[in-house]
Design a binder for this molecule. Structure first.
Ligand code: SF4
Length: 401
């Protein structure tokens, strides 16, 4: 959106007070997110009453209905529909070809689908975003090529639920395979034109196949983010998640067979209605067994309108938060331990911060270069190979080889 506005002659301001237009990307996925967004919107409305305000995303607010042409166009592209009420009568394909490429970020985000057809009992997303719809395969190929031509060296696949991707007979594994081929260099020994990073991926047959594709392409990042949610089958079933703990284990073990140092991320929820101390300990046990390198822990929060909000055996808030703290502490310890395994190993870094000379490894560890003198010409988005010399607080330090 920002790129779209800049291409139309708008300028980015450093503060709200200088702006003629303020865009808030709203979110209602958690009650906290919704609350924070609503407060921000109320603050902007009160402080800058004369400034035009656009609220996008899935925040439930009347102002979200008043979308700018840019947002309508963006949505039309994603939905593969014509932007019927736009001033111009471009087809989605023409719009997409014109769509500007943002240049401020080091990584490009490729949204491959939106919405979800899942029925998880705690989740409000399907109600806000509707059923899953996928961006046409050919559009994604063209957009990725344009990202690469614009100099991006890492493309992150995003969406509400990646494994639901389906377009013209292509599913997530076929899409990842095609994008990885696009990013490979002609000469196998050279660095790739770009690498592909998967967003969050739900356990199951499609995820396993996607890991097999990862194994076939060196430029697919060795990192898997799994929204595991719980380490107890009883709770996963109550959440109506479409997998059990053994599926989480199988997925992680498959990724570890591709690379023993593959980074693993988990989303975990504590205090779902009915979660006993034993269930919680099973989740803690899952961390200890699978050693994820990144864990996001969320204390459960009721979303009115979901099945889970009506369940009777609610867990007291202080217990939810206490369990979240305990899990986070275990996870932090495991991250530090895991980071140490990289010492002496060669990693590939996409440079994000030119001044600090730091970036992210394929395994999703932040890594700083400590022999800057040898690589004065390294720029943001460059792909560099380096050997890890130190691991500190879960981040790495490396020397360019
Ligand atoms: S898979 Fe479940 S939690 Fe994820 S967006 Fe769909 S309904 Fe929500």
């Amino acid at each position: 959106m920002e790129a779209d506005y800049l291409a139309k002659g708008w300028e980015r301001t450093e503060s709200h007070s200088d702006a003629d237009l303020i865009v808030v990307r709203g979110c209602s996925v958690t009650r906290r997110a919704q609350h924070d967004c609503e407060r921000l919107v109320a603050h902007i409305k009160a402080k800058y009453p004369a400034t035009r305000l656009i609220v996008t995303g899935c925040l439930r607010d009347e102002s979200a209905e008043r979308l700018s042409p840019a947002v309508r166009r963006a949505r039309a592209i994603l939905e593969g529909m014509n932007a019927a009420d736009d001033e111009d009568e471009e087809t989605p394909q023409e719009i997409e070809e014109d769509e500007p490429i943002p240049m401020r970020t080091a990584r490009a985000y490729l949204k491959i689908q939106d919405g979800c057809s899942g029925k998880c009992s705690f989740c409000i997303v399907p109600q806000f975003r509707g059923p899953s719809f996928s961006v046409p395969f050919s559009s994604l190929m063209r957009k990725t090529e344009r990202f690469i031509e614009a100099g991006y060296t890492e493309i992150v696949l995003t969406g509400c639920n990646l494994i639901l991707y389906a377009s013209g007979g292509k599913r997530l594994p076929e899409l990842v395979d095609a994008l990885a081929r696009l990013g490979e260099s002609a000469d196998e020994k050279s660095r790739p034109r770009c690498r592909i990073r998967l967003g969050s991926i739900e356990p199951g047959a499609c995820a396993l196949e996607t890991v097999d594709v990862m194994a076939a392409h060196a430029n697919v990042c060795r990192y898997l983010h799994v929204p595991a949610q719980s380490g107890a089958d009883r709770i996963l079933t109550a959440m109506k998640r479409p997998y059990l703990v053994r599926d989480v284990v199988e997925l992680v073990e498959r990724a570890k067979r591709v690379s023993a140092l593959a980074g693993i991320g988990f989303d975990l929820m504590t205090g779902f209605p009915g979660e006993t101390e034993m269930d919680f300990l099973s989740t803690e046990g899952l961390i200890k067994r699978l050693c994820p390198s990144n864990v996001h822990v969320f204390p459960y929060s009721e979303r009115p309108g979901t099945i889970a909000a009506g369940l009777l055996d609610a867990i007291p808030r202080e217990v939810r938060h206490d369990r979240a703290r305990r899990l986070a502490a275990v996870a932090k310890n495991h991250r530090s331990q895991f980071a140490k395994k990289f010492i002496g190993q060669q990693v590939q870094i996409v440079i994000e911060d030119e001044k600090e000379m730091s970036g992210w490894t394929g395994e999703y560890f932040q890594c700083r270069i400590d022999n800057k003198g040898r690589c004065a010409s390294v720029k943001r988005r460059d792909i560099v190979e380096a050997r890890v010399t130190m691991a500190r607080h879960g981040a790495l330090v490396a020397a360019v080889v």
